[in-house]
Write a protein that binds this ligand. Structure first.
Ligand code: FAD
Length: 482
């Protein structure tokens, strides 16, 4: 034990529980200096989007409260991580810097830069696992390469990776005798002000470790038992909604895995739902695995033949999609849910992404960028892999020629139209039989529901059958090029 502090560099691991970097620092008995650095090291378009910045502000407030309760304090600094850590290590005569490993291409570059800077000062950087269930180097195919297909990846993960037991949160923390100066969170301008568009997000979420725990515990009750049947239903609370908490590391995937397995062991009827849930957590692992092995995944089609895809350009169509005024109720409901709450149900994400790519023939990167800015759970690997999956250009993608019909999807997964009624209130008076295709309703039904197509609610911006034919034609064009 020395009086030289260990700096714990918090990143996307904004929690005390199951945080190996923090626990190892506390165990040494040395003073612990908790630091968060606002560093826009990510290349331009992948800087934290507006919704993520809102979440980050709130999550840092929560983390500061938790660290203060243990007797410490969270020091905030803005700047290049290497410069900040090097200066802090010098100022406090720190012995070492601990952090959780991150996997985005720029984050890995940053870790190398920071390590080299600190090495030159004789200060070690120790990186700890904890953001994923497995390390991407850990799983390989029999031929020794990275997995490109999910099912064998899942089998390998399930059989070869022992998910270690989550660590408990430290109960106290020895703070350095003298704390370096901290910047004020308010001065970082992470919250929207004029206008303040975050009201819907405040209503929907409680960022921070306590909020994450409470949300997950409530999911482990009834919902996980019904997960297999209900996870595709946006009208029900059938999924865990834990994604933003996972994205900011307020809960670890190991904690989710262990708690879900324990729920399955306690309650036999939940076992099927638990297994399906673990498979979804594994999709997150698979995406991280893909990004690790293909750092250009957010920009470049995984399947090279898609580089020549004849995308269209239409500012008007892109705007209608973003604002949720395409004339397809399930698409519009999803886009409005996203705008209001910063989140969208997975089934609806697939529908709106398919609509952008296949009905409007707009590049998937446009949708990916919009999601990046508006999602509170924006995650580079999940977002990029999912957009490529829908586009058909991804590693283990849905075939391009499978084109969702937004009307049928709505009828199947929102059978009573409740989801549409919630997010597209101007259609609330329509019966379930027409709510997913209001342009088919009779004049009397429209009048009774006070709906005027083209006035109170838009007519479809493209006709499904024509859009489908155009998409298949475009696909044929790249097939012949390949
Ligand atoms: P649950 O069903 O409760 O699943 C639990 C967890 O498993 C999720 O929180 C998530 O971490 C993981 N998971 C579930 N489904 C997937 C999936 N298909 N791919 C990867 N991980 C999954 N997820 C993000 O976290 N960030 C994104 O930026 C993101 N962008 C997406 C973009 C598109 C076009 C699509 C189709 C999906 C995207 N997803 C993204 C995946 C998925 O929609 C969300 O993870 C899920 O809706 C989160 O809700 P939940 O926590 O209730 O999920």
């Amino acid at each position: 034990m020395t009086d030289k502090p260990i700096i714990v560099w918090f990143r996307r691991d904004l929690r005390l529980g199951d945080n190996a970097a923090l626990s190892a620092a506390v165990e040494t008995g040395s003073p612990v200096l908790a630091v968060y650095i606002l560093d826009d090291a990510a290349p331009g378009s992948w800087r934290a989007g507006a919704a993520s910045r809102w979440w980050l502000h709130n999550s840092l407030e929560a983390l500061d409260r938790s660290i203060s309760a243990l007797g410490g304090s969270l020091v905030l600094r803005r700047g290049a991580s290497g410069d900040v850590l090097s200066a802090l290590a010098k100022e406090t005569k720190a012995e070492a810097v601990h952090c959780s490993r991150a996997y985005e291409p720029w984050a890995q570059r940053l870790e190398r830069e920071v390590r080299d800077r600190l090495d030159a000062q004789g200060v070690g950087l120790r990186r700890f696992a904890g953001t994923l269930l497995h390390e991407p180097e850990q799983l390989t195919t029999q031929a020794g390469g990275p997995f490109k297909v999910y099912t064998p990846f899942w089998r390998a993960l399930r059989s070869k990776v022992t998910v270690s037991k989550p660590l408990s949160a430290p109960t106290q923390l020895r703070a350095p005798a003298k704390l370096p100066k901290s910047e004020r969170l308010q001065s970082w301008g992470l919250l929207p002000e004029r206008p303040d568009w975050a009201g819907g997000m405040r209503d929907a979420w409680t960022p921070g470790e306590d909020g994450a725990r409470a949300r997950f515990l409530s999911f482990l009750g009834e919902a996980i038992a019904n997960y297999t049947d209900e996870r595709n239903r946006p009208d029900l609370e059938g999924t865990s909604r834990i994604s933003p908490h996972l994205a900011f590391g307020e809960i670890s995937p190991r904690q989710c895995w262990w708690a879900a397995e324990a729920a399955g062991a306690r309650e036999r009827k939940a076992a099927g739902g638990v297994e399906t849930y673990l498979k979804e957590l594994a999709w997150r692992e698979f995406s991280a695995h893909l990004l690790h092995h293909r750092p250009d995944l957010p920009e470049v089609p995984f399947r090279s033949e898609f580089s020549g895809f004849p995308w269209r350009k239409s500012a008007a169509h892109l705007k209608a999609w973003k604002k949720g005024v395409t004339g397809y109720p399930i698409v519009d409901a999803g886009m409005r849910e996203l705008w209001t709450t910063g989140w969208m149900h997975n089934r609806v994400r697939m529908i709106v992404a398919s609509f952008l790519i296949k009905h409007l023939l707009l590049p998937w990167q446009e949708g990916e960028a919009w999601f990046w800015d508006t999602l509170v759970d924006a995650d580079l690997a999940n977002n990029a892999a999912s957009w490529q999956w829908v586009a058909g250009s991804g590693a283990d993608a849905a075939p391009y020629f499978r084109i969702f019909n937004p009307v049928r999807q709505g009828e199947k997964f929102d059978p009573e139209g409740e989801y549409v009624r919630r997010w597209v209130p101007e259609l609330a008076g329509l019966p379930a039989s027409v709510i997913h295709q209001p342009w088919q309703a009779s004049a009397a039904v429209l009048e009774a529901a006070q709906v005027k197509i083209g006035s109170t609610y838009p007519a479809p911006i493209v006709a499904h059958a024509e859009a489908r034919a155009a998409a298949l034609g475009a696909f044929e064009a790249i097939k012949t090029q390949a």
